[in-house]
Design a protein around this ligand. Structure first.
Ligand code: SF4
Length: 371
């Protein structure tokens, strides 16, 4: 079944009443189970579950070590263009903002890639603003081809593509796709994304399925935390994860949990998520989805990232700049505020000190292309 229709089935489900009905014995029963069900997951986000944060953290830590060992996968984003046709109210790249627009030439992309590659990083995530007129599919696949000289794993975080578009990216060497629905609540989605191509909720929602149909090796999905009630958003995200796992069992799937830190002056966060609630969310995802990768963004501070490392985290970015050309050129407008600006070397050192193994090379897309 298409995921849009699956989500519609839950439209009449009163999540708030369900959360209010959860009592301590429900949480104890869930924590004693081996397999967490579709409705156990939101129960772990209830107020009742807040009293069980310590056992949830212990359970999440045990599951993570069992599934992933002490390994943390590191990657670096490379912003190649910040032209955008959308009006996302929370983003400084929106076309409504008068910022310096940059669009890297092939030579400049090579310079950025070389600079990042020189640090020893082999996993790159190419990002653009959402302008298919400026950052055309050809521009993106050419950038992927350039990056193959420097990186073993190439991911993209760009505007949603057609199935054919994803097929071309995969053929060129893209092995992973990151795409955020931003907000799963359809009404709020339209309020925040009026006017541009992003207004097409369903085209975005079903982009992961189109990429999986074209055999993308790995997929990361997520919602921007802070734009709507995090429990409703997390429930929809969990449904989405289950849909992907059931429909595309060969795809490696991860979830990203970014708490939004907008740089837009007149945008007040509608539903901020506290640190305590964030830990509840992280551990709930790990308990409900033992084999799913979890990415923690540089929007979180160094101290907070270090503290939550054992609780389910498997992927982190390092050496991050959210400006186009931010690794080799003069600073320009950044997409969002970074709270953890550690270089790759600093990140590796801190991970090793904490007993984790940083991994900068665990996948080679060329082997897939040549097979
Ligand atoms: S979030 Fe993405 S689509 Fe929206 S304005 Fe920013 S770059 Fe454009």
């Amino acid at each position: 079944m298409e995921f849009y229709r699956k989500l519609q089935e839950f439209k009449s489900f009163n999540l708030q009443s369900y959360l209010d009905s959860i009592a301590p014995h429900h949480i104890e029963a869930i924590l004693a189970k081996d397999n967490v069900t579709e409705l156990d997951f939101p129960a772990l986000l209830s107020d009742a579950a807040l009293e069980y944060l310590e056992p949830m953290a212990q359970r999440a830590a045990t599951i993570t070590r069992k599934q992933f060992g002490n390994v943390i996968f590191l990657f670096t984003p490379l912003y190649i263009s910040n032209y955008c046709e959308n009006t996302c109210r929370y983003c400084s790249f929106a076309c409504t903002h008068n910022i310096e627009r940059r669009h890297l030439s092939p030579r400049e992309i090579r310079e950025e890639a070389q600079k990042i590659g020189d640090t020893g990083m082999r996993h790159i995530l190419l990002l653009t603003g959402e302008s298919s007129k400026k950052a055309t599919l050809e521009y993106i696949t050419d950038a992927v081809a350039l990056c193959r000289d420097y990186f073993s794993s190439i991911g993209i975080e760009i505007y949603p593509l057609t199935e054919e578009g994803y097929g071309r990216c995969v053929a060129e060497g893209v092995d992973s796709l990151t795409i955020y629905q931003e907000v799963y609540d359809e009404t709020i989605y339209h309020e925040l994304h009026r006017g541009g191509p992003k207004d097409n909720y369903r085209f975005r929602l079903e982009a992961p399925d189109r990429a999986c149909r074209q055999n993308v090796h790995s997929l990361t999905i997520g919602a921007l935390l802070g734009l709507h009630d995090f429990r409703k958003e997390a429930f929809a995200l969990a449904l989405h994860l289950r849909h992907i796992q059931n429909t595309w069992p060969a795809t490696e799937v991860s979830v990203s949990l970014p708490r939004i830190r907008p740089l837009v002056q007149d945008f007040a966060l509608p539903d901020p998520v506290s640190d305590k609630r964030f830990v509840q969310l992280l551990t709930a995802f790990r308990i409900a989805f033992p084999s799913v990768g979890i990415t923690i963004s540089t929007r979180e501070s160094k101290e907070f990232r270090n503290n939550i490392l054992p609780l389910g985290v498997t992927r982190m970015s390092a050496g991050v700049s959210t400006a186009v050309g931010g690794h080799s050129q003069a600073p320009s407008t950044t997409q969002f505020e970074i709270a953890d600006s550690r270089s790759l070397e600093e990140m590796k050192r801190d991970l090793l000190r904490a007993g984790f193994q940083p991994v900068t090379y665990d996948w080679n897309s060329r082997l897939l292309i040549n097979s």
